[in-house]
Every structure is written in C-alpha cells, then in structure tokens.
Write a protein that binds this ligand. Structure first.
Ligand code: ADP
Ligand code: MG
Length: 274
C-alpha cells in the first residue's frame, strides 16, 4: 500500500468509526510526522485529543441548551493569584469530579464578587464535558419553579426532575430571605438529593446566618446537617474581582468590614462618576 493509499484508508476508517474530530485533524498531524516534528506516540495522542475535544464541545453545547447555565466560566480563566485564600489544589482536585462519583456536595462561601458563581459554573462545565447532566438555578428561581409545580399539582414530579442531574447548582443563597414556604421547599429539594446526587451551593452568608435566611433555626440546622454530611466547604475571604480596577479604594471585605460593593456605593456618592 502506498503512503497516499494508507492515508485514504485511515481517513475512511475514522469516518466509518464516526470520529469527525480526528478526521479533521489527521492530515495536519501526519504532515507533521512527515516533517519529523512529531513522534508516533505524540501523533496518536494529538489525534485522540482532537476527537475528545470535539466530543467535549458537543457535550458542552448540548448542556448549555438544557442546563440553564448563565455563562461559560472555566477553571483556566480563574486567576488564583487574585484570591490567595483559595487553595488551588482543592479547587483543581474538585474539578477531577471524584466528588460527583461519591455524591458529595460543595459549598462556596464568601462575600460578593469573589468567584463563587464562577467556580460553581466551572465545576458544572467540567461535569458536562464528562458527559454528566447538570442544572443551574439561583435559589430563588429554583423555589419559584417548585412553587409553580406545586400549584399545578406536580411538586413530586418537579422534585424528581431536579433530583436527576448528577450536579445541581443552587446559586445565591442568602441574597434574599425566604418565605417559610420557600424554606420548606428548599429543604425538600436538598433532602431529595441527599446521598444520591451532588449539589454545589453558593452563599454570601456564613452558616450561622442560614437560620435567618430560612426563617427557622431548626430547619436550617437540619438542612446544614444533611448538606455537610458529605461536603467540601470552600471559604473565600478576599476582595471582589468585579472591583479590581478600584484597588485604590482600599477595599477590604470580611465579617467586620463593609462589603466591597457597599464601599463602592458609598464612594460613588462621595465622588460623582467619572
Ligand atoms: P460571586 O458569585 O462570588 O459574587 P462571581 O463568580 O460572579 O462572584 O465573579 C464576578 C465576576 O468576576 C465574574 O465575571 C467572574 O468570572 C469574575 N471573577 C471572579 N473571580 C475571578 C478570578 N479569581 N479570576 C478571574 N475571574 C474572576
Ligand atoms: Mg454569584
């Protein structure tokens, strides 16, 4: 078989196996082998990488249609040097997704703008690329959907649907207080997923304030008990990334200092916008 015939044969086989990513990359890879700039093992690696990256893109596009993720945020885009309170190894190891296999939860805690939603989404994206089903909602929107389902007599069906994804993000716990009814629905949702599928939660409030958010200390304690049973807590203490151009404001966030956003609001009042 001549070299040209062998190439055609390889292309035919890739098409037959339905490997369009590898098919598209194969000519360039073989040309590099001919030029002596790639070893055989590197060529095979690149061919497989091309196919896997096409497959992951496809999975991600599909997930973006059904998961309600508000944006694409990846781990690569996350600047760890901006947020030194985060342990990089912990975040990287979470992105290997063993926690999903073990049905464990992840909770990101910290003031506004420190990257909680970014990291929650990047975990969901990694999970989607690995072929898992993911779903995103703010706590308020998830509760609204449960309330609507209940009004239509479909609460248990909706809970079942929200029980399905291997990873559910419950974003923005604590920005708005819940009604008693909303708190019960939140509890039911977490109960439904407990030890069965992973939930990633974000909150700007420490656990000691969840009683106030839920309007019920006993229910908050029971909820936290379930969430924490198998859980990775990422406590982020730092400045808002949204405000990084305003470093001159001397922003500081923490329990005893105003959040960066309230500082900005005040600063804006003092000095008219430029
Ligand atoms: P939070 O949910 O904690 O309020 P976000 O995750 O929404 O904050 O972050 C606010 C914005 O800043 C987003 O656009 C996010 O992508 C970006 N961001 C936050 N932290 C970082 C970081 N360390 N590196 C890169 N982008 C960041
Ligand atoms: Mg957020």
């Amino acid at each position: 078989m001549s070299a040209t015939e062998r190439r055609d044969h390889i292309r035919d086989m890739l098409a037959d196996l339905k490997l369009p990513g590898a098919l598209e990359a194969v000519d360039e890879i073989l040309a590099e082998v001919d030029r002596g700039s790639l070893h055989a093992s590197q060529a095979i690696e690149q061919l497989l990488t091309a196919q896997i990256s096409l497959r992951n893109n496809h999975r991600l596009r599909t997930a973006m249609r059904s998961s309600r993720l508000p944006a694409i945020k990846t781990l690569q885009e996350f600047d760890f040097s901006f947020q030194p309170s985060i342990r990089r190894e912990q975040i990287e190891s979470l992105h290997e997704l063993a926690f999903i296999k073990r049905q464990e939860n992840v909770i990101f805690l910290g003031p506004p703008g420190v990257g909680k939603t970014h990291l929650a989404i990047s975990l969901a994206i990694a999970a989607a690329e690995s072929g898992r089903r993911v779903y995103y909602g703010t706590l308020v929107s998830l509760i609204e959907s449960l309330e609507a389902a209940r009004a239509a007599g479909q609460l248990s069906r909706r809970l079942r649907v929200l029980g399905h994804p291997a990873l559910l993000i419950v974003d923005e716990i604590g920005y708005l207080p819940l009604s008693r009814d909303g708190a019960v629905l939140f509890f039911q949702l977490i109960n439904h997923r407990y030890e069965h599928a992973s939930t990633v939660l974000t909150s700007n409030k420490g656990f000691e304030e969840w009683g106030t958010i839920l309007g019920d200390e006993v229910m908050a304690a029971a909820l936290i008990d379930r969430l924490m049973h198998h859980c990775h807590v990422v406590n982020i203490r730092g400045n808002s990334y949204r405000m990084r151009e305003h470093a001159d404001l001397g922003l500081r966030t923490g329990p005893d200092s105003p959040t960066s956003e309230s500082v900005l609001r005040r600063k804006k009042k003092e000095t008219p916008a430029h």
